[in-house]
Design a protein around this ligand. Structure first.
Ligand code: HEC
Length: 105
């Protein structure tokens, strides 16, 4: 249990833009790891949900406002916006921007 909490803390703390997009814990260190939630979703629940009922209208708004931007430009704009708009740290702003405006699969 201790190990799992640590893995979660590391996953949240060290995620860099463009790298791991998912929160992965490895309950069994021999095992392949288990994806729990996409990174950004936990932050959303903690920092955004109390005012925004659902991310979907925001995703639509972001897409409409970003027709002329690349995915990277959209995430950069969104990250800067979120630093001023309730994201407590730049890392959390980046995680939320990646979650709200991912590149199409
Ligand atoms: C205290 C309430 C509150 C909190 C907390 C909050 N928001 Fe907002 N947010 C608003 C309001 C009000 C608006 C403007 C009206 C709207 O577009 O819904 C807004 C607008 C937005 C927009 C639209 C920006 C645009 O120009 O298109 C985005 C994206 C957004 N919020 C994301 C977030 C995210 C992500 C979080 C969590 C870090 C968050 N908000 C937390 C109240 C809040």
């Amino acid at each position: 249990m201790k190990r799992m909490a640590l893995a979660v803390a590391l996953g949240l703390g060290l995620a860099a833009p463009g790298h791991a997009q998912e929160l992965v814990v490895t309950p069994d260190p021999q095992g392949p790891g288990e994806t729990l939630l996409p990174q950004g979703e936990v932050e959303w629940g903690y920092y955004c949900l109390r005012c925004h009922e659902s991310p979907e209208p925001l995703r639509a708004q972001i897409a409409a406002a970003s027709a002329d931007r690349t995915g990277l430009e959209t995430r950069r704009w969104l990250g800067v916006f979120l630093v001023r708009h309730h994201a407590p740290t730049p890392e959390i702003a980046v995680a939320l921007a990646a979650w709200l405006a991912p590149d199409p699969e």
